[in-house]
Design a binder for this molecule. Structure first.
Ligand code: HEM
Length: 142
């Protein structure tokens, strides 16, 4: 029973995390295209609030609940190839989140050099991670 509750909240936290992972780089696209100071300042506030208020708490919940799930049966999960692959992709997502934080800092200091096309491509990385992780945990190909 505990297992099912943990899994339900793990998935809910993951959905909240991905809402931020998809929306924040979208804000970077519009931010990089904006030309007036009022819009730029508004984007800085929106980005900071999303990053600190939604993305970090839901990352911590997703990872915390995931580790709790693993602790229910560690020898089983660590013997599975798909779990190792999944954890590697999650690690890349955490790195991606830190990269987002660095972008926010660059925008806030007015030091951003990148254009909207870069952020359109940057936006695709979490899509690939989501595809990979969900296929790994559901299909378990290895
Ligand atoms: C360090 C981070 C994470 C850990 C330790 C972790 C661990 C786990 C564990 C142990 C399960 C239970 C597997 C089972 O017995 O069915 C699980 C389920 C699941 N996880 Fe994660 N997870 C993490 C991050 C993520 C992320 C980032 C996503 C989404 C992109 C995700 C998506 C899922 C899904 C969809 C399930 C349900 C699978 C099913 O019931 O078929 N997890 N996770």
């Amino acid at each position: 029973m505990l297992y099912l509750w943990l899994k339900a909240f793990h998935i809910i936290a993951m959905v909240c995390w991905f809402a931020g992972l998809f929306y924040l780089p979208r804000l970077f696209v519009y931010h990089a295209m904006s030309t007036d100071e009022v819009s730029r300042e508004r984007f800085c506030i929106m980005e900071r609030k999303l990053y600190r208020g939604i993305m970090w708490p839901s990352l911590i919940l997703t990872v915390g609940l995931g580790l709790w799930l693993i602790s229910l049966n560690p020898s089983h999960y660590f013997s599975q190839g798909w779990m190792h692959a999944k954890l590697s992709l999650v690690l890349l997502l955490v790195v991606y989140q830190f990269m987002c934080g660095a972008q926010i800092k660059a925008f806030t200091r007015g030091e951003n050099q990148r254009g909207h096309v870069f952020y359109r491509w940057f936006n695709e990385a979490p899509v690939l991670a989501l595809l990979g992780i969900v296929i790994l945990v559901v299909v378990r190909p290895f």
